[in-house]
Ligand binder design. Structure first.
Ligand SMILES: [Cu+2]
Length: 479
């Protein structure tokens, strides 16, 4: 056999091994990675005699809701920019959908109805560590909701902070086209008022930058010396930088968790990863001038009247690794039960039969990727390494992780809890989390085209199975 023929055969084998079946269980994809902990590789995704279905991992079914929301998803022509229109989606007739507000401890119940979205819809509660059955991932925690059908999500709003919701069926297409909204969980006790509490949800529609759906500055009627808590939500696929000219501002929370001992900064920008949030405390100057808060290059928020002059983006970032005051971790990060590597690369190969240069995880291409496998109660350390040539906003569902180090430099600031972490090319982040929320959880890049191109794997608890499949009759396609 000639070299050329051998090459064709080898390439054919490589190609055919990349083809995904019409339907498959996410629980059995890839290979088991036990991270140095105990476990039985043979039961991969097939559970055990005592298997628990993701569908049974719900919030207390006997508790009545404190917040009840009905949302209807529809196809729509969205007006963007000066009279331009794009094909998109609305929730209750708008995009973003209505902001959902709850108080910590509330039982939130959201019924989602699909009026006419042919490929089906779901909602994922980004940053809220909901029970697994409520996570909204088509093909893993539920089937996509077909036309005319409804699905009810129920979860306890257990941590005050800034979150958002978005579809996790064909998310690469549905999120960018508008199936999303803000979710704010307020602290329990009426805290001493520090001024207005304002949400600024940033999203690009058809390439047009918007704040809360409008292609314009968001004006906040703040008095001189008044402080505003600005909840910035980055719903786009790329990093958002926020900055305030000269004036000091404080980064009071990141990804739904207040920072400890945060102090005012000036002349710096704040990085908000795709999917991430930052709560900024900004104060209108005492002299009565208005203040412009930049959210990316296009629009932002103006405290006070008028249209203050834009200012260039600062070169320096607020470094959250050393910002604020340290505090002990709630679990022993020095003695993890499991340690995983999540090494992101890029090389030539086949993804579902398509040749190209695709992302890799620990050297393998989707679906030949690790299934990070844990037991409930484990302390888990994950080392995320990126040498793929691009930045990746990494998002683990169902858990918040504590940043331990970056490029070998230990964190010295406030505990920095993340659910969406920008890992730049050449960077290495060590994070830790407590495995306290059983289920099968996506652990993926939130630059959604990257996820669609295979930058996806899962965290699975032993003994948990899913009755849902990727593909299948409902054509579930979470990315
Ligand atoms: Cu990415």
């Amino acid at each position: 056999m000639g070299i050329a023929a051998a090459l064709v055969i080898a390439l054919g084998g490589w190609w055919s091994s990349s083809i995904l079946p019409d339907s498959y269980s996410a629980a059995t994809m890839g290979y088991v990675d036990l991270g140095g902990g105990p476990g039985d590789i043979a039961t991969h995704g097939h559970g055990s005699l005592a298997a628990v279905s993701v569908a049974d991992l719900v919030a207390d079914p006997n508790r009545s809701p404190d917040v009840t929301v009905d949302l209807t998803a529809r196809r729509a022509r969205l007006t963007v920019g000066a009279g331009r229109e794009i094909d998109g989606y609305t929730l209750n007739g708008t995009s973003p959908g209505p902001e959902i507000r709850a108080v910590v401890g509330d039982m939130v119940q959201v019924t989602l109805h699909n009026e006419d979205v042919s490929r089906g819809v779901t909602l994922h509660w980004h940053g809220v560590d909901v029970p697994n059955a409520e996570d909204g991932v088509a093909g893993i925690t539920q089937d996509a909701i077909g036309i005319g059908d409804t699905f009810t999500y129920r979860f306890i709003a257990d941590a005050p902070g800034t979150y958002w919701y978005h579809s996790h069926q064909m998310s690469d297409e549905q999120v960018v086209r508008g199936l999303l909204g803000a979710l704010v969980i307020e602290p329990a006790a009426a805290q001493p008022s520090r001024g207005a509490d304002v949400t600024a949800l940033v999203h690009h529609y058809g390439g047009v930058a918007t704040v809360n759906g409008a292609e314009a500055e968001l004006h906040v009627d703040a008095a001189p010396s008044e402080s505003v808590r600005l909840r910035v939500i980055n719903t786009d696929n790329v990093t958002l930088f926020a900055w305030v000219p000269e004036a000091a501002f404080t980064v009071v929370a990141v990804d739904g968790t207040d920072l400890n001992g945060a102090t005012p900064v000036s002349g710096r920008k704040v990085r908000i990863a795709a999917g991430g949030r930052a709560d900024l405390e900004v104060t209108r100057p005492a002299d009565g001038s208005s203040l412009r808060v930049h959210l990316g290059g296009a629009h932002g928020v103006i405290l006070g009247p008028g249209d203050p002059e834009p200012t260039p983006v600062p070169a320096e970032e607020v470094d959250l690794l050393a910002y604020g005051v340290a505090a002990p971790a709630p679990f022993d990060v020095d003695e993890p039960d499991r340690s995983f590597d999540y090494v992101i690369g890029r090389r030539w190969g086949f993804l579902d039969g398509r040749p190209g240069v695709w992302w890799t995880i620990n050297g393998g291409m989707y679906p030949h990727v690790p299934m990070f496998t844990v037991e409930e109660g484990d302390v888990v350390v994950m080392n995320i390494v990126n040498h793929s040539g691009a930045v990746h906003p990494m998002h683990l569902h169902g858990h918040h992780a504590l940043v331990l180090s970056r490029n070998g430099v230990a964190a010295t600031g406030s505990p920095w809890w993340i659910d969406s972490l920008d890992v730049e090319n050449g960077q290495e982040y060590e994070i830790a989390f407590l495995a306290d929320n059983p289920g099968i959880w996506m652990d993926h890049c939130h630059n959604l085209p990257h996820a669609h191109a295979g930058l996806v794997t899962h965290l699975m608890y032993t003994g948990v199975t899913t009755p849902y499949v990727i593909g299948g009759d409902m054509r579930n396609e979470p990315e």
